[in-house]
Write a protein that binds this ligand. Structure first.
Ligand SMILES: *Cc1c(COP(=O)(O)O)cnc(C)c1O
Length: 409
């Protein structure tokens, strides 16, 4: 584990990974020899392209005309008044094309593929959100797209499977292992090793071996950069606190990263506490897990006494993951960010409340961040400000919510 740092150390900290992709003791590349070469090549091309003006210009142009950025910073005034504490603002990533923050990253990585001369992209997907975001940008750039998805998920998430097909992607059902996300990921890795000359692997969150956590963070950091100028415009200073849900951690890190040296801004990540952190039915590795290795990186994970990765549970598919991005593990240890949990029930209650009071149906993932935002805002003064990342819209989740409430649609 890393040491907690003092306030002045945090203010002067350089938050970049070392040459081997470590954030303190976390991150790195715990992969086979064959993947090492592919990752090293990716790192070289990313480090040169990230400062290439033509690349940056094309990325910015797509974020503006294809995604619809900048996304608004919205004052949730009725909800703030009802709670009676701090002023709550939503960063409206739900208004992006495809309805969530994930497209910021898939556009960036698809452009990396194009600039590296790779005509084919692959991705793994669980609930299908990252698969759809990847298929979308592959269509936009004319790249061949193959998405690996656990066979059980293919059955459970048929609307997203059909969306990917409409967008011209090939969806490969993975029948090995538990027939879910973790097996889809292994299969995508196998494809990448075999076809590395022609193929770019688009990872969906700030996890995986270096340099992926840094790449995904950098592409999502547009969210926090916008909040910096939008908060100056709207209320003349930075927010007192930023809140975001944490699955792998990409929407949270995208919001937090541009504020890491501004220690007056509190950073709070909200994990899925499922049926409660004292049960085994949750997905909260930072809250109750321990350091270990998962999917090519050292980070906080959920495992049992024998070192087997634990079964996880969350009402929201996007938070149902037994690991977390390594930079979050580091931010937790050094004390720059704080991580808390919200249960299924707390998230569902916030889902309904925000739908009814603000006219915005949030994603179930986002509803976890909203649940904690409510608790936090209630403990603050009306002249203080909390920004909550509205990571996605809830249209995809209405069937889940209806079913939980015994309603057949
Ligand atoms: C995928 C998803 C998440 C979780 O992913 P992170 O990498 O933790 O951001 C959160 N919210 C929405 C709407 C998602 O689709």
């Amino acid at each position: 584990m890393a040491q907690a740092l003092s306030e002045s150390e945090l203010r002067n900290m350089v938050y970049e990974p070392d040459a081997r992709g470590h954030f303190g003791p976390y991150g790195g590349r715990y992969v086979s020899e064959t993947l090492m070469a592919a990752l090293a090549e990716l790192d070289r091309s990313y480090q040169s392209l990230k400062n290439d003006p033509a690349f940056q210009q094309e990325f910015d142009a797509d974020l503006s005309s294809f995604v619809g950025r900048p996304s608004p910073l919205y004052h949730a005034k009725r909800w703030s008044d009802a709670i009676g504490g701090a002023q709550i603002y939503f960063k409206r990533e739900d208004l992006n094309h495809t309805g969530a923050h994930k497209v910021n990253n898939t556009i960036g990585q698809a452009l990396l593929a194009k600039y590296s001369g790779k005509p084919r992209v692959i991705a793994e997907t669980g609930a299908g959100q990252h698969g759809v975001a990847t298929a979308t940008v592959a269509a936009r750039l004319g790249l061949e797209c193959v998405v690996y998805m656990g066979a059980d998920d293919v059955e459970r998430q048929s609307p997203n499977v059909y969306r990917m097909k409409l967008l011209g992607a090939t969806v490969v059902p993975v029948t090995s292992g538990s027939r879910t996300l973790k097996d889809a990921l292994s299969e995508a890795m196998r494809d990448w090793v075999t076809n590395v000359e022609s193929t770019f692997y688009i990872i969906g969150t700030v996890a995986g071996p270096a340099p992926y956590p840094q790449i995904v963070r950098d592409f999502n950091a547009v969210v926090g950069r916008e909040v910096r100028w939008q908060s100056q415009d709207l209320f003349g200073r930075f927010p007192d606190a930023l809140v975001a849900c944490v699955g792998g951690g990409s929407n949270a890190l995208g919001l937090f990263y541009p504020f890491l040296n501004d220690t007056e801004v509190a950073l709070i990540g909200v994990e899925a506490a499922g049926r409660g952190l004292s049960t085994t039915e949750h997905a909260a590795p930072l809250s109750v897990g321990r350091p270990g290795v998962l999917h090519g990186a050292k980070t906080y994970i959920m495992d049992n006494a024998d070192g087997q990765i634990s079964h996880t549970h969350s009402v929201s598919a996007g938070l149902d993951y037994p690991g977390v991005g390594p930079e979050h593990a580091f931010l937790k240890d050094i004390g720059r960010a704080q991580y808390v949990g919200a249960t299924d029930d707390e998230a569902l209650s916030a889902f309904h409340e925000v739908s009814e009071v603000e006219g915005i149906i949030p994603a179930l993932e986002t509803a976890h961040a909203l649940a904690y935002t409510k608790t936090l805002a209630a403990s603050m003064r009306p002249d203080q400000v909390v920004v909550c990342n509205m990571s996605g819209r809830g249209d995809k989740d209405i069937f889940t919510v209806a079913k939980l409430e015994g309603i057949t649609l």
